[in-house]
Write a protein that binds this ligand. Structure first.
Ligand SMILES: *[C@@H]1O[C@H](CO)[C@@H](O)[C@H](O)[C@H]1NC(C)=O
Ligand SMILES: *[C@@H]1O[C@H](CO)[C@@H](O)[C@H](O)[C@H]1NC(C)=O
Ligand SMILES: *[C@@H]1O[C@H](CO)[C@@H](O)[C@H](O)[C@H]1NC(C)=O
Length: 492
């Protein structure tokens, strides 16, 4: 009895300590873990990678069961996500919200589930201009329903709702003129009121890279943190980087609604490593390191001196080669790690390690590649190249990519291999009407890497057997009972 009471006291003391840390407004760097890839490392490998790099916060875009199970007992704080496609259903039905919370939150939080879910993102950039308002009317009703479900599940004081917004929700020629888009005024007022009364941050995604990419007259050095020859002067405030300027534009916009004091978290921020002229390793490293140093310095911004954002989630953790390339080829290259958890450049996350550590025990497929068969003409191969690239990722072949300039034959080989690995090295997928050929010699050239895929058969088998895997589950419950029994005997 006494032992349990002591344990409880320790747990309470620890949670109070955590509370105090939050009040001290230390920013913490986390990452976005997206899974739009056909070469997904097993979630357990990714969680080990997070832990090896001391990353304590992760933001997800959905509530994938395999990912959440792997995060159990990791000590990592998690933001799960309701997708935009789920908003209408949840907005229209309290029962659907209850089911969502039961299946995707309650089941994992507490009572041995062991996943430290802190936030639910209600939609992902649902107010984005290009969605033309299609999710606008669902966001607040969906929040209301999910909040009620959390109250019923007794989780409302622990799990908070947020809405990650794109920076296109507000505008202003200079930060002090920041204002939300007119059609968002009412919704933003409701959102800010909710966040304010629940102690949740306003979550915004800020991308200086996109400002630079989209505007030819954007001063390049203003996108980074090394000072700018084109500072932005706003009354008595001077801005030397786009991030600070954007952040303060949001503060002004919130201020006009009466919520200028709301804490702000950065839901996504980062820099891609290829797929556009300004997307390269040097620039990505300079931006991310500059950002982290800036956050860690606790300098804050002119409108919030000394107060950094509450949390900052880098985008992204791993490359996702199935993302849409509509915005540009760089979309598939945002990771600080490649798809298989290998660091792309040295980065000090400010969490204790001086550089990134690589993933270990990645279950690669065998060292085999598919290349152009030299006995066949290249002309005919090019139609196959197009088909392969429609399905698999060929973005590195283009201008600004690491495989641009490897020649026509190189192009064909790269495309064939990309498709072959995506098909998990199925021999038929390297046929291409006799134009393909399997090789055991790595065809990579210089910076241009011909990848070997990941064997995800084991992790997908585990994911498909639901909450508890037959025999395995029986065994672990048995072990638990033995453990508890021994504990009781010991303390008696
Ligand atoms: C839980 O989340 C998953 C993954 O995001 C989703 O597919 C599923 O529909 C959700 N469950 C419910 C009951 O809505
Ligand atoms: C990398 O991107 C930066 C930022 O746009 C640019 O200044 C630099 O020239 C690029 N480097 C290379 C090698 O392309
Ligand atoms: C290889 O493919 C890229 C992307 O389509 C193209 O820009 C390049 O010109 C191709 N190279 C040759 C030699 O065909």
């Amino acid at each position: 009895m006494a032992a349990w009471a002591a344990l409880l006291a320790v747990v309470l003391a620890l949670s109070c300590a955590r509370e105090r840390r939050l009040l001290a407004a230390d920013a913490a760097v986390g990452v976005n873990w997206g899974t739009l890839s056909s070469h997904r490392a097993p979630p357990a490998v990714v969680v080990d990678l997070l832990r090896a790099n001391r990353i304590g916060k992760v933001k997800l875009f959905d509530a994938d069961a395999g990912v959440l199970r792997a995060l159990a007992r990791s000590g990592i704080e998690v933001m799960v996500g309701l997708t935009n496609g789920e908003l209408a259903g949840i907005a229209g039905s309290p029962a659907a919200a209850d089911a969502w919370v039961a299946q995707n939150v309650s089941r994992y939080v507490g009572r041995g589930g062991g996943v430290d879910i802190r936030y639910i993102a209600v939609g992902n950039e649902p107010f984005l201009t290009s969605y033309q308002g299609q999710f606008l009317s669902y966001v607040i009703p969906a929040m209301t329903n999910i909040q009620q479900s959390l109250v019923k599940a007794n989780l409302a004081s622990y799990v908070k709702l947020v809405v990650p917004c794109n920076a296109d929700a507000y505008e202003g020629a200079v930060p002090s003129q920041g204002v939300f888009r007119t059609e968002l005024t009412q919704i933003m007022t409701q959102l800010a009121a909710y966040l304010s009364s629940n102690g949740a941050p306003f979550v915004v995604n800020i991308y200086p890279f996109l400002s630079l990419y989209q505007n030819s007259d954007f001063p390049e050095d203003y996108a980074f943190f090394e000072g700018s020859t084109h500072p932005l002067v706003d009354g008595s405030n001077v801005y030397y980087n786009a991030f600070d300027g954007n952040f303060d534009t949001l503060i002004s916009a919130l201020g006009k609604l009466g919520y200028g004091q709301l804490p702000i978290a950065i839901g996504e921020v980062g820099w891609p490593t290829q797929g556009a002229p300004s997307a390269n390793l040097t620039a990505a490293r300079a931006f991310n390191q500059g950002l982290i140093n800036r956050i860690m310095s606790n300098k804050g911004t002119p409108l919030r001196p000394g107060v950094p954002p509450s949390d900052v989630y880098l985008f992204g953790h791993l490359d996702e080669e199935q993302k849409s390339v509509l915005p540009g080829n760089f979309e598939r290259h945002w990771g600080i790690f490649s798809f298989d958890g290998q660091a792309k450049y040295p980065l000090n996350l400010g969490l204790g390690n001086r550089v990134l550590r690589n993933a270990k025990e990645v279950p690669y497929l065998p060292s085999r590649w598919c290349v152009a068969n030299p006995a066949q003409s290249l002309d005919k191969a090019s139609t196959h190249l197009k088909l392969a690239c429609d399905m698999a990722d060929c973005t590195t072949l283009y201008y600004g990519g690491s495989c641009n300039g490897i020649g026509e034959k190189g192009n064909v080989s790269f495309a064939f291999n990309s498709y072959y690995q995506m098909q998990k090295q199925d021999a038929k997928s390297c046929d291409f009407d006799g134009h393909g050929m399997i090789t055991f010699l790595d065809p990579s050239m210089g910076e241009c890497r011909f990848l070997v895929g990941i064997d995800d058969s084991k992790s997908s088998a585990a994911a498909s057997c639901g909450h508890c895997c037959g025999v395995l589950c029986g065994v672990s419950i048995f072990t638990l009972w033995v453990f508890l029994y021994l504990r009781m005997m010991g303390s008696a």
